[in-house]
Ligand binder design. Structure first.
Ligand SMILES: *[C@@H]1O[C@H](CO)[C@@H](O)[C@H](O)[C@H]1NC(C)=O
Ligand SMILES: *[C@@H]1O[C@H](CO)[C@@H](O)[C@H](O)[C@H]1NC(C)=O
Ligand SMILES: *[C@@H]1O[C@H](CO)[C@@H](O)[C@H](O)[C@H]1NC(C)=O
Ligand SMILES: *[C@@H]1O[C@H](CO)[C@@H](O)[C@H](O)[C@H]1NC(C)=O
Ligand SMILES: *[C@@H]1O[C@H](CO)[C@@H](O)[C@H](O)[C@H]1NC(C)=O
Ligand SMILES: *[C@@H]1O[C@H](CO)[C@@H](O)[C@H](O)[C@H]1NC(C)=O
Length: 491
C-alpha cells in the first residue's frame, strides 16, 4: 500500500515535467498554427467598388504627412480618378486580360533588350524607349505639387521619367485637373538641347538626341508604353514639392503629345532605378529610399507612399522588416530585380529544382503587373501543395490565366494556408490574405489563387502588385536592397 502510494508519487514527479512540456508544446503549436494559416473573411459588403460611381473630385487626395525626415502621400486606386466605374466583376475580369498583355510586352522587351547587348547591335540609331507597361494595370495614384499646381499622377516603379500633360498641348487626353501651364510658373525652365543635362538625361528619356533646328530648341523626350500609349514633349526643370521639402531643378517631361489609357490622371511619376527617377532626384533629401503599402481593394481604402525612411518609426509595420538585395539586371536596368529562392505553403517548403539552395528564380518586383508569374515547374508545385492543403473546399472552373479556383459562396470565413516567398539573404514576404485570392466573381462563387504560370521555364519571374497588398515594401537604392514587412495599409 505504502509502496504503491510512493510509487504513484514518484510516477507523478517523473511525469510532472512531461506534463509541462506537453502544455508548452500545445501553446507553441497554437502560435505555429497562426503562422501557418490565415483567416479569409468572406463578406460581400466589404468587396470593392460595386458598380459605384466615384466623384471625380476624389482625384485630389489628402495633403502629405511630414514626420521625421519622411514625406508620406496618400495613395489610392486609379478608379478614384476616372469618375466612372464599370461593373465590378467585368472590371476585374478585364484587368486579367490586360495583365496578360502587359506581361507579354514586358517579356518581349526583355528578349529584345537582351539582343541590344550583343555587340553588333549597338549603334547610334534612335530607339524610342518602350516600356513593358500596359497602363491600365498601373493601379495606384498619388498627388504631388509641381510648380504651382497639385497634380495626380500614376505611380510606376518600372519607369524613370516623370511627365505631365503640358500647355500648349498638341494632343492631350481628357484629365480631371487643369493642364500644367509652364507660362504660369516662374520656377519652370526649359532644358535646351545643347545642355549637359540634356545629353545626360535624354538617353533615359528616349529623346531624339539631336539639335536639329538650332541649339535653342528644347530637349525632347518620348516614352512609349507596351499598349500603344505614349507621351512626347520636352524636358524642363521645375520645383517639385514633396511634403515640406522642395526639390529644385527637378527634371521632368512637359508632355505636348499624349495619347492612351491614362484614365483621368495628369501624367505619370517614375520610381525606377535610374538617375532620372524621382527617388534619385530627391536623394539628397530622402536618401534614395522610398516605400509603399498597397491597400487591399476595400471600398474607400487608401494606401501610402513614403519618401525617405527616417528612423523607420514612421512605418506601421506589424512584423519586422526583412531585406534582400537587388540583383543587377543590365537588360532591364530601370526595373527592380530580386532573387526568389524559396516558397512555403502552410509552413511546408516546396521542393523544386528551380528553387534549390544553389539556385534562385530572378524575378522583377513590378507594380505594373497584377498577378505574380512563376516558372511552370515552380507554379505547378505551388498549385499542387495549395490544392492539397485547401482540399476541403469545392473547386471552381479556372478563369483566364488563373487555374486554381474555388467556389466559396455561402461560407462566412475560411482558413487558408499562408504563402511565403523567400528571397536571397533573409528577405521574406508573407502574402497577406487580401493578396492571396483574386475574386473573379464578387459573390465568392469563383475565387482563384492569384498566382499564374509563365509560358517558359527560363523567362524572368514577376512579383505582381496583388501579392504586395498589405505589405510595407521598402526600396533602398543607395544600398541596393528591398525590404518587406506586414502592414495594414492606411494613410
Ligand atoms: C495644393 O495642395 C496643398 C495641400 O497639399 C494645398 O495647401 C494647396 O492649396 C493646393 N494648391 C492648389 C493650387 O490647389
Ligand atoms: C520638414 O518637417 C520635418 C518634421 O516636422 C522637420 O524635421 C524638417 O526640418 C522640415 N524640413 C523643412 C525643409 O522644413
Ligand atoms: C545639370 O545642370 C546643372 C547646372 O548646369 C549642373 O549643376 C548639374 O550638374 C547638371 N546635371 C547633370 C547630370 O549634368
Ligand atoms: C525648324 O524650324 C523651322 C522654322 O522655325 C520650322 O518651320 C520647322 O518645322 C522646324 N523643324 C523641326 C524639325 O523642328
Ligand atoms: C540566388 O540565390 C542563390 C542562393 O543564395 C545563389 O546561389 C544564386 O547565385 C543567386 N543568384 C543570383 C543571380 O544572384
Ligand atoms: C457554388 O456553390 C453553390 C452551393 O453552395 C451553388 O449553388 C452554385 O451553383 C455554385 N456556383 C458555381 C459557379 O459553381
Amino acid at each position: 500500500m505504502e509502496t504503491a502510494r510512493s510509487l504513484h508519487s514518484l510516477l507523478l514527479l517523473l511525469l510532472l515535467p512531461l506534463i509541462f512540456v506537453l502544455v508548452d508544446a500545445r501553446s507553441s503549436s497554437i502560435d505555429a498554427i497562426s503562422a501557418f494559416y490565415q483567416t479569409l473573411v468572406l463578406n460581400e459588403q466589404k468587396l470593392p467598388l460595386m458598380d459605384m460611381k466615384i466623384p471625380a473630385t476624389d482625384c485630389i487626395f489628402h495633403k502629405p504627412r511630414v514626420e521625421k525626415e519622411t514625406a508620406t502621400f496618400e495613395m489610392k486606386e486609379r478608379d478614384y480618378c476616372s469618375g466612372n466605374i464599370k461593373h465590378r466583376d467585368k472590371n476585374l475580369q478585364d484587368r486579367l486580360i490586360l495583365d496578360e498583355i502587359h506581361v507579354d510586352s514586358l517579356l518581349s522587351r526583355f528578349k529584345y533588350a537582351t539582343s541590344l547587348f550583343t555587340p553588333h547591335d549597338i549603334s547610334d540609331t534612335h530607339l524610342p524607349l518602350t516600356l513593358g507597361t500596359s497602363l491600365q494595370t498601373l493601379n495606384y495614384l498619388v498627388t504631388v505639387r509641381i510648380g504651382p499646381q497639385n497634380l495626380t499622377l500614376i505611380v510606376d516603379t518600372g519607369s524613370d521619367l516623370t511627365w505631365v500633360q503640358c500647355l500648349p498641348c498638341h494632343l492631350c487626353y481628357n484629365q480631371q485637373q487643369p493642364l500644367f501651364d509652364p507660362s504660369n510658373s516662374p520656377s519652370f525652365v526649359p532644358l535646351p538641347c545643347n545642355s549637359n543635362n540634356c545629353s545626360a538625361f535624354q538617353p533615359t528619356a528616349g529623346g531624339s538626341g539631336a539639335c536639329t533646328n538650332g541649339s535653342s530648341n528644347p530637349c525632347d523626350y518620348e516614352v512609349n508604353y507596351g499598349d500603344g500609349s505614349y507621351s512626347r514633349g520636352d524636358l524642363g526643370f521645375e520645383t517639385l514639392k514633396l511634403g515640406n521639402v522642395s526639390v529644385e531643378n527637378f527634371i521632368f517631361g512637359c508632355g505636348r503629345n499624349n495619347k492612351g489609357l491614362f484614365g483621368g490622371t495628369s501624367g505619370l511619376i517614375g520610381f525606377g532605378r535610374s538617375e532620372l527617377s524621382v527617388v534619385s532626384q530627391s536623394s539628397s533629401v530622402y536618401g534614395g529610399v522610398f516605400s509603399y503599402c498597397l491597400p487591399s481593394t476595400e471600398t474607400g481604402s487608401s494606401g501610402s507612399l513614403t519618401l525617405g525612411a527616417g528612423d523607420f518609426s514612421n512605418f506601421r509595420n506589424i512584423s519586422p522588416i526583412s531585406y534582400t538585395k537587388m540583383v543587377p539586371n543590365p537588360q532591364m536596368s530601370n526595373f527592380y530585380t530580386l532573387n526568389l529562392t524559396g516558397i512555403t505553403v502552410g509552413g511546408l517548403k516546396l521542393v523544386v529544382p528551380r528553387l534549390a539552395s544553389s539556385n534562385g528564380v530572378l524575378s522583377l518586383l513590378d507594380s505594373g503587373t497584377v498577378i505574380t508569374r512563376l516558372p511552370p515547374s515552380v507554379y505547378k508545385a505551388l498549385k499542387e501543395e495549395f490544392e492539397r492543403q485547401f482540399s476541403v473546399y469545392r473547386t471552381a472552373p479556372g478563369y483566364s490565366l488563373l487555374d486554381t479556383c474555388y467556389n466559396l459562396s455561402g461560407l462566412k470565413q475560411v482558413k487558408t494556408p499562408n504563402v511565403k516567398l523567400h528571397f536571397e539573404d533573409e528577405g521574406e514576404m508573407s502574402v497577406d490574405v487580401g493578396g492571396l485570392f483574386y475574386y473573379v466573381k464578387s459573390d465568392g462563387s469563383q475565387i482563384c489563387l492569384a498566382f499564374a504560370s509563365l509560358a517558359d521555364e527560363y523567362q524572368i519571374g514577376i512579383i505582381g502588385s496583388y501579392q504586395q497588398k498589405n505589405q510595407r515594401v521598402i526600396y533602398n537604392l543607395k544600398e541596393s536592397k528591398v525590404g518587406f514587412a506586414g502592414e495594414r495599409c492606411s494613410f
